[in-house]
Write a protein that binds this ligand. Sequence first.
Ligand SMILES: [Zn+2]
Ligand SMILES: [Zn+2]
Length: 190
Amino acid sequence: MSISQFNQQDLSSWGVHIDEIPPEGLTVDFENFFADIEGVRLVEPLRGKIRLKKLGYEVEAKGFIKGKLELTCDRCLDSFEFSIDEEFQVTLLPRKSLNIEGERELDSQELEVSFYDESFISFYNIIIEEIELVIPFRKLCSSSCKGLCPVCGTNLNRESCGCKVIKKPSPFAVLKDLFKQAESKIAKEG
Ligand SMILES: [Zn+2]
Ligand SMILES: [Zn+2]
């Protein structure tokens, strides 16, 4: 199955019923994938592959996603490009199994787990969840990003300002001082 045209209205229904997955599995190649994802802008459409394999009521989804996103830096609020080139493997369980088995014990060795509803495997959901996993918790345009001046808001990566920023002593510096005091006291008392 190969898909290159996406109708935005139909994205949520893009998927397959679990009974439609043949015993040998099902492979979907996609390209030109564009979707509205919260807090994310796609610079380039995504492409990739999803391979589904049925193991009883569990479905294993494997594949890769490639593309480019635009994210906003947490420190300087500038947007920056973020490339995705990600292989994934996720086990999909029927959401109902949660109720049947109560709290299914997910051992930490187990790979990523997600859920499907009404016997329907949504390719859209698989892609969105993978993208959300790939986006770093701390989004930085560069590890050396200087951020914004807390006084005047100047982007310190581009220019400097004359603001005096009074730094609060870090808790570590305070601890260090305490150690020093204790050391000198011990030294004095011999
Ligand atoms: Zn930044
Ligand atoms: Zn400033």
